[in-house]
Ligand binder design. Structure first.
Ligand SMILES: NC(=[NH2+])NCCC[C@H](N)C(=O)O
Length: 704
């Protein structure tokens, strides 16, 4: 052999030898459990598998945490959770109250379902409630019905027999839970179209196995007719959210209120409610005196030229400083308040100018986050507060008490009073909220009012609601007036979210940072190589704003949450980025299949029962049908993380299905086989995700 050939052969041989060596070491390392980066690099398949495994582990962890959280919540309070009682938060001269709050009103069956849509759980609940009340008419026990953790025991499980047996025992009747279970079972209709079989365990568990043909039919129905959400008796709902204060920067607390409130509106609109989106902005109060006086000095030409105040926070601080240090200025500020209250034209113009500057800034944030909201701020209630005080004095004599010149009231069960009139005759935050409540009930005629406000104001709101009940304004069995509380936003140091220098973080800066990071993330993934500039910008914004919203919504609302861009942009976890990718991928499966939409539609029209026979298809299908359950649950609890968990789990189940089942099957030298029913399943999945995105306020993008 020529020398050169020999060298070549040796090279090949030595490469192989290297591989053998690496494999040997790899095997050894695997046995010991210590795989090094260098070894993994030599075996790309293993590296891939390891990456996949890491991702799955990560997802498993998130799902486990979420299950644990859900179980703990359910165990604590049945289905609903009361807002965490937080310490009082004093703010300015607004007199938000402190002390013990009245008992929270008990939630009642407010949501009347007219049509369950695809909800199986809802139907089961109805069936079992009826059966139990027929079998045990004297007992009012809560229905225990849940998904079964182990498929061996069916899909759902009714666990009411045990508490009923215990109740019977306390009345001297000894009956085994198993027998109670049989008696409930006997009262159920003999055949139920969506149930295959029901078994009663000796310990009393009633296991329900769903009929798979029914599920296939339902999925075909969703594919043919689109997603149908449950129908609930129409209500008029007012959602008070966002509600920043003029001249003080809108902060992360208001961001939470904005995101949660908007999503609640979207949800209630989706089930057909009549929703009033109200911004109860803090645009009234004595602080306007100093702001107006300062405006005259700093921007004397404000009447003809919109002042260029880029930093309202600084403007507020400047005027406050002058107010505290300069007696002459202070006097002028007071005069401005008096003139404002008597509607002097120039002063009103100054006030409007300040409000406009502030609203212009807020509007940028709202535009970025796709928020629609109507301003009905505190100033709207000026004359209504005067009327209110008159009304109380005439209709509820004795309710107002004199206290060092102030007029206060103690609603029933409240330890802390509301200040209705200040000693100088002015009104407070309490007064405007009382006037707003009255207006909302009698003028807006709403059936349900939802106040999306931080948990720190729980006491203030509960006291206002208690006053409304004392006044006979509303009956809790007919109207639902509630505080939907949320926790604080924390920085990664777990302290209150602030800039490094300890200032309030400006929302616009925060969102721009999100846009920058989202853009980097997409570049890092090489998306700029495959997308047009327009597509890339669209994806960037969807990621940036979607991730901020989703991070907020996916945390249990009542708890504090840590704001972290790194975490919210992690594409492996329960984040908007992950879901946006999943969504775009599903859409692209159909788009790149080479099959026309019309062909799929025709297939669906002709297939009333999709052949969803693979286990992964069935699992995915069952979860798809649970969208209706999820919506009903969230309408009741207003806990949006439940919907985030739902959609995240849907994306992972889709992932499993896609790994296990070919949608288009390609074999060497043969024409590809198109599994039409799987394409249909992809469509339904994408449509369900899209429905969830709409409710969560996440912009969907077809390409990522
Ligand atoms: N009706 C209400 N009190 N709504 C909430 C208003 C929130 C208030 N402007 C604040 O920033 O603290």
């Amino acid at each position: 052999m020529a020398n050169k050939e020999l060298q070549e052969a040796y090279k090949d041989f030595s490469v192989d030898l290297d591989k053998v060596d690496a494999l040997g070491r790899l095997l050894e390392a695997m046995e010991k459990g210590d795989l090094t980066e260098e070894l993994l690099e030599k075996c790309p398949e293993i590296l891939e598998a390891k990456k996949k495994n890491d991702k799955l582990k990560y997802r498993k962890e998130i799902l486990e945490k979420s299950v644990a959280r859900q179980t703990a919540e359910n165990a604590k309070n049945g289905k609903t959770q009361q807002p965490a009682e937080k310490k009082k938060k004093q703010e300015g001269d607004k007199g938000k109250t402190g002390g013990a709050a009245p008992k929270q009103a008990k939630k009642y069956d407010y949501v009347q379902v007219e049509d369950y849509g695809s909800s199986i759980l809802g139907r089961l609940q109805d069936l079992f409630k009826t059966a139990i009340s027929q079998a045990y008419p004297r007992f009012d026990v809560p229905l225990l019905l849940a998904e079964t953790p182990n498929p061996q025991f069916g899909d759902y499980q009714c666990n009411s027999a045990m508490p009923i047996a215990a109740k019977l025992k306390s009345t001297g009747v000894n009956k085994k839970p198993g027998d109670v279970g049989q008696e409930i079972f006997a009262k159920l209709p003999k055949s139920i179209e969506f149930i295959d079989k029901i078994t009663v365990m000796p310990a009393g568990f009633i296991n329900i196995f769903l009929n798979q043909e029914y599920i296939k039919k339902q999925i075909s129905n969703l594919a043919a007719n689109g997603i149908q959400l449950p129908k609930i008796a129409k209500r008029r709902v007012l959602v008070d959210f966002s509600s920043p204060n003029i001249a003080k920067e809108m902060h992360v607390g208001h961001l939470r209120s904005t995101i949660i409130g908007d999503s609640i509106c979207r949800l209630l609109e989706a089930v057909g409610f009549d929703v009033l989106r109200i911004n109860h902005i803090g645009d009234w109060g004595t602080q306007f005196g100093m702001l107006i006086a300062h405006l005259y000095d700093r921007f004397p030409d404000f009447e003809t030229k919109m002042p260029d105040i880029s930093d309202l926070q600084a403007f507020y601080k400047e005027s406050k400083k002058r107010f505290d240090e300069d007696e002459v200025f202070k006097k002028r500020a007071y005069e401005c308040v008096v003139k404002l209250q008597s509607h002097e034209k120039d002063i009103v113009k100054a006030w409007t100018t300040i409000c406009d500057v502030s609203k212009k800034y807020n509007q940028i944030v709202y535009n970025q986050l796709d928020i629609k909201i109507k301003d009905v701020g505190e100033s709207f209630y000026q004359d209504k507060m005067i009327d209110l005080v008159k009304w109380i004095k005439e209709n509820k004599p004795g309710q107002l008490q004199e206290d060092e010149g102030r007029q206060i009231m103690f609603p029933s069960e409240c330890e802390v009073p509301l200040t209705v009139v200040k000693s100088d005759g002015g009104f407070t935050y309490d007064t405007s909220d009382l006037a707003a409540l009255k207006y909302r009930i009698f003028e807006e005629k709403c059936d349900w009012a939802i106040y999306v406000v931080d948990a720190g104001q729980s006491l203030h709101l509960e006291t206002v609601f208690a006053a409304g009940r004392d006044f006979g304004w509303y009956d809790e069995s007919v109207k639902r007036i509630e505080h939907v509380a949320f926790g604080l936003v924390l920085g990664e140091d777990r302290k209150k979210f602030k800039t490094r220098s300890g200032e309030t973080v400006r929302l616009l800066d925060l969102l721009s940072e999100g846009v920058k990071r989202a853009s980097e993330k997409l570049k890092e993934k090489g998306r700029d190589q495959v997308m047009t500039e327009e597509e890339l910008n669209e994806a960037r914004d969807a990621v940036a704003f979607g991730c901020v919203k989703y991070a907020d919504l996916s945390h249990t609302r009542t708890q504090d949450y840590v704001f972290s861009f790194d975490r919210m942009l992690d594409d492996r976890g329960n984040t908007a980025v992950y879901l946006l990718y999943a969504y775009a991928r599903i859409r692209s499966i159909v788009r790149t299949s080479g099959i026309q939409q019309e062909q799929i539609a025709e297939y669906i029209r002709n297939t009333p029962i999709l052949p969803l026979n693979h286990q992964a298809e069935m699992k995915l299908s069952k979860h798809l049908l649970k969208l209706a359950d999820c919506v009903l649950q969230v309408v009741d609890s207003l806990m949006l993380h439940q919907m985030c968990d739902y959609v995240y789990q849907l994306a992972t189940l889709f992932h499993d299905f896609y790994n296990e089942c070919y949608v288009i099957e390609k074999k060497e030298g043969e024409a590809p086989i198109v599994h039409f029913h799987r394409l249909a399943l992809c469509e339904v999945t994408a449509n369900v995700i899209s429905t969830c995105f709409k409710i969560l306020g996440i912009r969907e993008v077809p390409k990522m």
